[in-house]
Ligand binder design. Structure first.
Ligand code: SF4
Length: 555
């Protein structure tokens, strides 16, 4: 354990920034404050703002798990708000942990929890502000150990691999405890790397030498490190104490306690990474969820149930009938059961369903296994329950999509609008991004110009209709997301350049990297993919078979 507990002269933190932090802390219930001495000091960092990070159950769950250990202290840090970054730079203030205000370099471990590819540059920004060398190879024992977790580490840590000492591949619960136990016993950084590389699911990027020949030519494991990293997963999500600790009004889900009801999804839509990597789908037992609700009620009556497909959660109706709880749920599947669930959410203003595509053909391609009749009937029942807003999620730029699919989407939304004169339809359009470990990992993204045209066509057809709103993402950012999602270690040069050059395309040119190579190409089965070293129990052959079925329009 390195002693970094003393805040030395020169590490003074800025009063204005401290005051702002204290204001946030004063609105929280459930934050943990511990004495740092004699404990492993971890700063858990979310590479986006407090508002975004504190809305993330994965981030909160790790905070709880680490603080459940008496030998470990976990504090939190976030990307400073945009306006504050200038203040940090102007006053040479280093980013600090909320709880103790200690600068990041005073911690033994900095653990980044990363859920979105477009936050990658924020990781480097935080390290730069903290005056910590970005690349693992430029750091030594005097620096904190820097680890990567979260869904991005799970499906493809390679664009970030050069910046991290250790990455967690899979669900962190058990792995994290094994890692901390090993950390305590290791005297040197090198010894730690060797021992942690032996923990299933722990990936030490420095142990791998990768050669490129246009794509990946070879990948060599050094010093006895395993060639493949087997992802970790938790068999019984009811048995683990992965739970939210802190409730605050300063998040997207204001004063809400989030409870995971299900992990993984049985449907396996071909574009969806969550549906593929969190397997098998696991459901929390009713007694476990009731226990969590009782705990939540001690601090708030607002409870958010989390799960990729809550319509499939066996106990959902019974849970929603719990007295005295104001429930919120994520998107529902288009089915009769979802409409019944909407009835149990009385008092709420909106409910979401995700048709994803506008035609039966396109839904066969993506394996969405719901029909137009399912979507229309569910919408009718939801409106008849008096819901004010029906949110509909669709995707644009999906593999094989054509003009008829876009017309089909418009026509489907119009049919839903015609069901009821009451209520609003809020359409959210996301651009398709190929993701690792899905059947579409071999498929290139649609050209931005075509995506923009299709978005324009949808908006011009639907926006004039009363009671329909349309939101969509920004295609250039989804292209960047695809680049980071599909990238290999060479992408790290672009991430570094982006600290100086804020235009990511120019950063690619300066780094000699062509993003189209990663994003726009259809790939062959034989191509070595950057994440092939992860054994996620999925089977590349099976994914390829699914991809071929998609291209033949078979579900
Ligand atoms: S139903 Fe939703 S969560 Fe499940 S695989 Fe499909 S898109 Fe993913």
């Amino acid at each position: 354990m390195v002693n970094r507990n003393d805040v030395c002269a020169g590490d003074a933190v800025n009063r204005k920034l401290v005051k702002k932090t204290d204001e946030l802390l004063s609105k929280e219930r459930g934050a943990v404050f511990k004495e740092p001495g004699g404990r492993i000091n971890v700063c858990l960092i979310y590479p986006n703002t407090y508002h975004v990070g504190m809305s993330n159950l994965g981030f909160q769950g790790i905070y709880t798990l680490l603080n459940d250990r008496s030998d470990t202290l976990c504090e939190r840090a976030f990307l400073p708000d945009k306006d504050d970054i200038d203040e940090y730079v102007r006053t040479d203030t280093k980013p600090f942990a909320l709880e103790s205000k200690r600068p990041l370099n005073k911690f033994d471990i900095l653990a980044f929890s990363v859920s979105f590819e477009n936050d990658y540059t924020n990781i480097l920004k935080i390290l730069e502000l903290a005056n910590i060398p970005l690349r693992a190879s430029d750091r030594n024992q005097t620096h904190p150990l820097i680890i990567l977790g979260g869904v991005c580490a799970f499906f493809n840590p390679e664009p970030l691999a050069d910046f991290f000492d250790v990455c967690f591949i899979g669900e962190a619960e058990e792995m994290l405890n094994e890692f901390i136990d090993t950390y305590k016993k290791s005297e040197t950084r090198k010894g730690l790397y060797g021992k942690t590389a032996a923990i299933e699911g722990v990936y030490v990027p420095g142990f791998y030498n990768i050669k490129y020949n246009n794509g990946i030519d070879s990948r060599e494991a050094l010093d006895g490190a395993p060639e493949k990293i087997k992802r970790r997963y938790i068999e019984d999500i009811s048995a683990h104490k992965f739970r939210q600790s802190i409730v605050t009004p300063e998040t997207e889900f204001s004063d809400m306690y989030l409870i995971e009801a299900m992990r993984g999804c049985p449907w396996k839509c071909r574009f969806c990474v969550a549906g593929h990597i969190y397997t098998p789908a696991r459901k929390k037992e009713l007694t476990a969820i009731k226990g969590e609700i009782d705990n939540a009620l001690k601090i708030t009556e607002r409870v958010g149930l989390i799960g990729p497909s809550l319509t499939d959660y066996t106990h959902i109706s019974e849970v929603l009938k719990t007295e005295g709880v104001d429930f919120s749920i994520t998107s529902l599947r288009a089915s009769k059961k979802s409409a019944e669930l909407a009835g149990l959410l009385k008092g709420h203003k909106s409910v979401s369903i995700a048709p994803e595509a506008g035609t039966e053909r396109m839904r066969r391609v993506i394996n969405k296994k719901i029909t137009e009749d399912d979507i229309i009937e569910t919408s009718r029942l939801i409106f008849s329950e008096g819901m004010e807003n029906l949110r509909l999620y669709f995707m644009v730029g999906l593999p094989t999509e054509n003009g008829d699919d876009i017309k089909g989407m418009v026509s489907l939304v119009k049919k839903i609008r015609d069901i009821s004169k009451k209520g609003n339809i809020v359409l959210t359009l996301s651009t398709f991004v190929p993701k690792p470990f899905t059947p579409f990992q071999w498929h290139g993204m649609e050209k931005i110009a075509i995506v923009k045209e299709r978005l324009k066509a949808i908006k011009s057809s639907l926006l004039p209709i009363r009671g329909i709103k349309v939101f969509h993402d920004v295609p250039k950012y989804t292209y960047m997301q695809g680049f980071f999602s599909m990238g290999d270690r060479r992408v790290s040069k672009v991430l570094e350049a982006m600290l100086r050059i804020h235009d990511w395309k120019k950063a690619c040119i300066e780094s000699g990297i062509d993003p189209d190579f990663y994003v726009m190409r259809n790939k062959d089965f034989a191509e070595k993919l950057p994440w092939d070293f992860i054994d996620a129990d999925i089977g590349k052959e099976r994914l390829w078979e699914e991809y071929r079925k998609a291209l033949s329009e078979k579900s």
